[in-house]
Design a protein around this ligand. Structure first.
Ligand code: FEO
Length: 135
C-alpha cells in the first residue's frame, strides 16, 4: 500500500502545480517502497536524488510565478521551501555517510510536510493566481 494518495482535496486550482504535486506524491511513495523493500543504499540514493531534484524544480516554478505576479507572501513561502530543502539535503548527507536514516518516521515527516504545505501555503497562492486569471 502506498504511503500517501493524491486527493482532489489537495488541489491548489492551478493545473501545472497540481500535476507537479501528484508527481511529488509518486516520488515520496517510490522512496517509501524502496525503504520498505530494504533496497540498498545505492537504490535509495537514486530515488532520494530524484525526489530532491524534482522538489527543487517544483519550488523554483512556484517561486518564479509568485515573483512574476507580485505575490505578497513570496518571501515567506520561499523560506519554507528553503527550510525543507535544507532538511532533505541533510538527510541525503547522512544517508550517504552511513545509511539507515530513511525510517518510517522520516517518511511520515515528508508526507506530513507535503500535505500541510500544499493544503496551507500552496492553496493560498491558488486563490491569488486564480484572481489574476491563472488556473
Ligand atoms: Fe508546492 Fe510551495 O510547494
Amino acid at each position: 500500500m502506498a504511503l500517501m494518495e493524491w486527493s482532489p482535496a489537495f488541489s491548489v486550482k492551478v493545473k501545472k502545480f497540481d500535476d507537479q504535486h501528484k508527481k511529488l506524491v509518486d516520488l515520496v511513495n517510490q522512496l517509501y517502497d524502496a525503504m520498505k523493500a530494504g533496497e540498498g543504499n545505492t537504490m535509495l540514493g537514486v530515488v532520494l536524488q530524484s525526489l530532491i531534484a524534482y522538489t527543487g524544480s517544483h519550488f523554483a516554478d512556484e517561486e518564479k510565478l509568485m515573483q512574476a505576479n507580485g505575490y505578497p507572501e513570496y518571501t515567506k513561502h520561499k523560506a519554507l521551501h528553503e527550510n525543507l530543502v535544507k532538511q532533505v539535503l541533510d538527510l541525503q548527507k547522512k544517508s550517504q555517510a552511513g545509511g539507515g536514516v530513511l525510517t518510517i518516521s522520516v517518511m511520515n515527516f515528508l508526507k506530513d510536510w507535503l500535505i500541510n504545505h500544499i493544503q496551507g501555503e500552496d492553496k493560498k497562492y491558488g486563490q491569488y493566481f486564480n484572481a489574476k486569471g491563472i488556473s
